[in-house]
Design a protein around this ligand. Structure first.
Ligand SMILES: CC(C)(COP(=O)(O)OP(=O)(O)OC[C@H]1O[C@@H](n2cnc3c(N)ncnc32)[C@H](O)[C@@H]1OP(=O)(O)O)[C@@H](O)C(=O)NCCC(=O)NCCS
Length: 264
């Protein structure tokens, strides 16, 4: 096993650009392990099936990126008791390899990390058509602290900015939750994200983001908040990296992959 030296790798696929025929979809499905087929096919909507399949293909391709001496047809994902996928080939790995993927809206994103847990979340900023922005945000009132809502609502923002800030905060919470791997086991209102300045549609955040749980700072976490396009913020949360203290304030962008890059 010979991992590459990369610390955090970030890839994205715009599933909205992929319109496979039934045969093409079946061929792509045959590239993933059979016990995951049912999880992909359980979705009624083709777009959900595409997102689920592309996530699994991305995971396989990312594993081969980090471990090029592995064989495509022998890479198998396992799941924790909370359903977080991981890769455990039965060999001692040092440093430990972690990955996570997320699918929402037009995109599927994945991040991989050598050295510590990682979580990623992409969320689109479109308010559902059957509600208003205020009613929609109201449904999530208890998910964020008073200080987080002040950051989201500061300066009488436009609805677009409001939805963008809300989606960014959602990505922060989800990426951290997903890095921990606990899913619904975490009380989201106990987790608070603080930073200097405000999130804007036009400029990336210039300050470092910190996470607090029950008011206590959780040291060593890096949050790379960015976007894959104008309506899809994305956040990568990771810890345990040697580069944590020197982490850049401008996160590296996601590398956009084509579906062809993912197949064997
Ligand atoms: C999986 C979970 C952690 C995130 O789901 P989500 O944001 O709806 O969906 P995403 O597309 O970002 O992520 C789904 C992927 O995460 C991975 N995943 C599943 N369980 C996971 C877990 N416990 N931890 C980390 N990743 C997990 C899987 O790869 C899954 O995709 P797959 O089922 O196609 O393999 C979800 O089960 C959950 O518990 N969400 C929390 C719900 C909530 O109320 N959040 C409030 C945030 S403010």
């Amino acid at each position: 096993m010979s991992p590459t030296n990369a610390v955090v790798v970030k890839w994205a696929v715009k599933v909205a650009n992929w319109s496979p025929s039934t045969e093409e979809f079946k061929a792509a499905l045959s590239e993933i392990q059979t016990d995951e087929h049912e999880k992909v096919l359980k979705f009624m909507l083709p777009v959900d099936r595409k997102r689920a399949l592309v996530g699994r293909l991305l995971a396989k391709r990312l594993i081969l990126h980090f471990f090029p001496d592995q064989r495509w047809d022998q890479v198998r994902l396992s799941r924790t008791e909370y359903q977080k996928p991981f890769w455990a080939p039965g060999l001692q790995m040092s440093p430990a390899f972690h990955f996570n993927y997320s699918h929402h809206g037009d995109w599927v994103v994945i991040s991989g990390h050598l050295g510590g847990p990682i979580g990623v979340d992409v969320t689109n900023t479109i308010c559902p058509s059957n509600t208003t922005v205020e009613a929609y945000l109201g449904d999530f009132k208890s998910f964020f602290s008073t200080r987080e809502w002040q950051k989201i609502r500061a300066g009488n923002p436009s609805e677009a900015t409001l939805m963008h800030r809300f989606a960014c905060h959602w990505c922060l919470k989800e990426s951290y939750t997903k890095a921990l791997g606990v899913g619904l086991g975490l009380d989201f209102w106990k987790v608070e994200f603080l930073y200097d300045g405000l999130l804007s549609l036009d400029e990336p955040l210039q300050s470092r983001i910190s996470v607090y749980v029950n008011g206590a700072l959780q040291p060593g976490w890096i949050f790379e908040l960015g976007s894959v396009d104008a309506t899809h913020p994305v956040c990568v949360a990771y810890s345990g990296s040697e580069g944590v203290d020197a982490a850049s304030r401008s996160p590296s962008p996601f590398v956009v992959k084509d579906i062809c890059d993912l197949l064997s």
